[in-house]
Design a protein around this ligand. Structure first.
Ligand SMILES: [Zn+2]
Length: 160
């Protein structure tokens, strides 16, 4: 697993279920070309290096093909993209990534019922984050890729 050191802001997380207090890391604001993705349960983070990511253009094209001839607003496209993208990413420490997940989870009780607070003044920390990879996806044939994305899109539509 390739790891890159990035400067992230520290936030304070407070769990509404167990009262636990913990640190959460994310980019301070919008960061051009880089995104922090979280695992489905919110435990781990990974770095999506957009300009160099090979699967992003493939997934975008597969989504657009699926919607060919039908209207697809940018906001709807972004939502669908985030919902399906995790399936093309290798798991982080055995956990599936979910690009539609925004928040972290409590490291003590695993609850997602948390509040996030900004720390003032801002605390910037160098954090080593694994880079999102697509080794499994890259092994798939074109038709397998297409049907996998099709399947995930159907799921995304049914869950809204
Ligand atoms: Zn908790």
């Amino acid at each position: 697993m390739e790891v890159r050191e990035v400067m992230l802001d520290m936030f304070e997380g407070r769990c509404l279920d167990c009262g636990g207090i913990f640190e959460i890391f994310n980019f301070p604001d919008f960061q051009y070309g880089q995104r922090i993705l979280r695992t489905a349960g919110g435990e781990d983070i990974a770095l999506l290096d957009c300009p160099h990511d090979t699967a992003m253009p493939e997934v975008s094209e597969l989504i657009r093909n699926e919607y060919r001839g039908r209207p697809l607003k940018d906001s709807q496209f972004a939502k669908l993209f985030n919902k399906v993208f995790g399936v093309v990413c290798d798991p982080i420490d055995g956990k599936t990534l979910d690009a539609s997940r925004v928040g972290a989870s409590c490291p003590h009780c695993k609850s997602s019922n948390i509040n996030t607070y900004e720390i003032v003044p801002r605390v910037s920390v160098a954090v080593k984050v694994p880079i999102v990879t697509h080794k499994v996806w890259e092994q798939l044939a074109e038709n397998q890729k297409r049907s996998l994305i099709s399947e995930k899109l159907a799921q995304a539509r049914s869950t809204k």
